[in-house]
Design a protein around this ligand. Structure first.
Ligand code: LIP
Length: 270
């Protein structure tokens, strides 16, 4: 599917600029991913190759977005912060969210771009090129998967809910603390998943596939697009202290409103 094709839904100029930039950046990404699968067994390994793919996607996104909105700034996973003349607008970019999945030839990763106006995320696009799923949302316009409107889950009971999170790993996070959290959460829910791509975890909450997602030690570019996707799909997004500082506090919980309090109580052991 062309990301630009929207037979049934009228998209704004901003979403079309983001969709066009992602479509151009993804040209060759699936080919690179298929190459990675061959590199798994090569002496050199795929590490450097994936870094090249990451940087190539980010460079294309920046070039295309800069062409369309030359005064906006950038906050990027690989190239850092670049101020624009317009200090009120920033594109927030993760060129490959789910890098470890990509590196290991696991077909679950996404290109994710958000637009920040002041302190507000006002538009977000997350594209999974393997499944050809384009999640997008704009403030006040709703959330969509390709051309279909999406909404958070209508399930009411925690014991029916399927949650997704991010686990600690070598050099990242507190395994002992996480084991205690998981020990409190698992007996109360239908299941907990760890898919390795926060941008898609949030997109799946917005689409009602998961009832909730939480993670700490997460980066702004992993979650920026997902924040607006979940909000526009009727869900609530907070930091793990219950505030609105997800990107500053690098923590997030996203779910329908009625799941927030019980989930935060389980996470904090209240
Ligand atoms: C990843 C996130 C994932 C998190 C990883 C990493 P990356 O982003 O999507 O949820 O658990 O630590 O931050 O590094 O693949 O862009």
């Amino acid at each position: 599917m062309s990301l630009l094709s929207s037979r049934f839904v009228t998209r704004s100029a901003t979403i079309n600029v983001m969709a066009r930039s992602i479509e151009k950046a993804c040209k060759g990404l699936v080919r690179d991913f298929n190459e990675v699968e061959h590199l798994q067994v090569s002496q050199k390994g795929p590490g450097d190759f994936v870094s090249t793919a990451d940087l190539r996607v980010e460079k294309t996104l920046r070039m295309e977005l800069e062409k369309a909105r030359p005064t906006y700034g950038f906050i990027m996973e690989e190239s850092g912060i670049i101020e624009g003349e317009d200090r009120d607008h920033y594109w927030i970019i993760d060129p490959i969210d789910g890098t470890s999945n990509f590196l290991h030839g696991i077909p679950h990763f996404a290109v994710t771009v958000a637009l920040k106006r002041g302190r507000d995320i006002v538009a977000g696009c997350t594209y999974d090129p393997i499944k050809d799923e384009f999640f997008w949302a704009e403030k006040g316009m709703g959330a969509f998967l390709n051309d279909r409107r999406i909404r958070v889950s209508t399930r009411k009971n925690l014991n029916e809910s399927l949650l997704v999170t991010g686990f600690p790993f070598a050099g990242h996070g507190d395994p002992e603390e996480f084991k205690e959290i998981l020990g409190r959460v698992m007996p109360k829910v239908a299941g907990v998943r760890r898919f390795g791509a926060a941008a898609l975890d949030l997109a799946y909450v917005a689409a009602g596939r998961f009832e909730g997602y939480w993670e700490s030690g997460i980066s702004p570019w992993d979650i920026a697009a997902g924040i607006i996707l979940v909000k526009e799909a009727g869900g609530h997004v907070r930091d793990l202290e219950g505030g609105h500082e997800m990107m500053d506090r690098k923590s997030i919980i996203a779910a329908p409103e009625h799941f927030h309090a019980p989930l935060l109580d389980l996470i904090h052991g209240r």
